[in-house]
Write a protein that binds this ligand. Sequence first.
Ligand SMILES: Cc1cc2nc3c(=O)[nH]c(=O)nc-3n(C[C@H](O)[C@H](O)[C@H](O)COP(=O)(O)OP(=O)(O)OC[C@H]3O[C@@H](n4cnc5c(N)ncnc54)[C@H](O)[C@@H]3O)c2cc1C
Length: 314
Amino acid sequence: MSESDLRACLAEYFGARLQSDVVLAPLTTYRIGGPAALYLEPASEDDLVALARCLRDFGEGVPVLTLGRGSNIVISDQGWPGLLIRLESKAFSFVRPGEPPTSLVTGAASSLPVVANWAARRGLSGVEFMIAIPGSVGGAVRMNAGAHGGATSDHLVTVKVLDLEAAEIGERKASELELSYRHSNLTENSVVIEAAFELVPEEPAEVKARLDGFRKHRAETQPPAVQNAGSTFKNPPGDFAGRLVEAAGLKGFRVGGVAVSELHANFFVSDASATAQDVYDLVHEVARRVKDASGIELEPEVRFAGDFNTGSVS
Ligand SMILES: Cc1cc2nc3c(=O)[nH]c(=O)nc-3n(C[C@H](O)[C@H](O)[C@H](O)COP(=O)(O)OP(=O)(O)OC[C@H]3O[C@@H](n4cnc5c(N)ncnc54)[C@H](O)[C@@H]3O)c2cc1C
């Protein structure tokens, strides 16, 4: 078995929808990163099962990555060496009332602000924190994204997941996902397809007022959602990564085309000359210097995908 067997299997089912060497930079908020060797946008559950069967039968050794809105990921300058899956936007972007009617069901490709607005309009509270997170529902479940004291895990009830090893779609309870701060037990073998949230009824105007407050706070305290991937490091227990980076004197510190933001020290912002390797080197150098200054080891929240040189800058 080899990548060419996998390619043949996928091409038989997907035809011209299977693409090669698709540049991924425009699909990420950092706008950097090389091409995916194989690229697919499944548009139905049948597509997902078909692709999982090909992977199960011919995909041994071929790395697989699911990309959402690319807002928490840095893709290597060399690209992604295997198969990249991106749920087709129209098929998997929806929000509808669930059962009971205080719940909602949303496709994994839905944008988080769209979900927050949908719930607010119907007077449902619990996902307001999503308003300023430029990711997808699938990425939010995987990362247990959160903000303003709320997290995806607070109101998540079930998720529909494609298991790439079993080539089956099944439902998992939120309690099975070991959701904690920016963590779930979902691996690259699981593609989130849909999520259901149970919310709390409240006056729409009050929910909307909270959304507006969160949006305003964001605009004042963080760089806009371009050329960065949000918080670079997880906050260590009892402290803030941004505070530690700033205390180490690293605001404005730069490697190549990427610098620690002057506005928020846990955001690393790139310019047009940046490479993914610059981001990788800056993240590791900042972590090293923070460790020297404070003794605290910061853990990246941003994910790195593909190959990076592991040496650090001097
Ligand atoms: C300006 C800015 C502000 C941000 N603010 C916040 C914040 O306040 N709180 C917060 O938590 N995050 C924040 N983020 C980070 C990011 O938006 C979230 O982590 C978001 O949930 C990632 O979703 P995504 O679709 O972009 O995922 P991606 O970046 O595409 O992927 C992230 C991870 O999720 C996996 N993944 C994506 N889709 C699926 C799927 N369907 N099934 C299985 N796995 C999947 C990927 O393989 C990868 O491991 C911010 C980012 C930016 C740029």
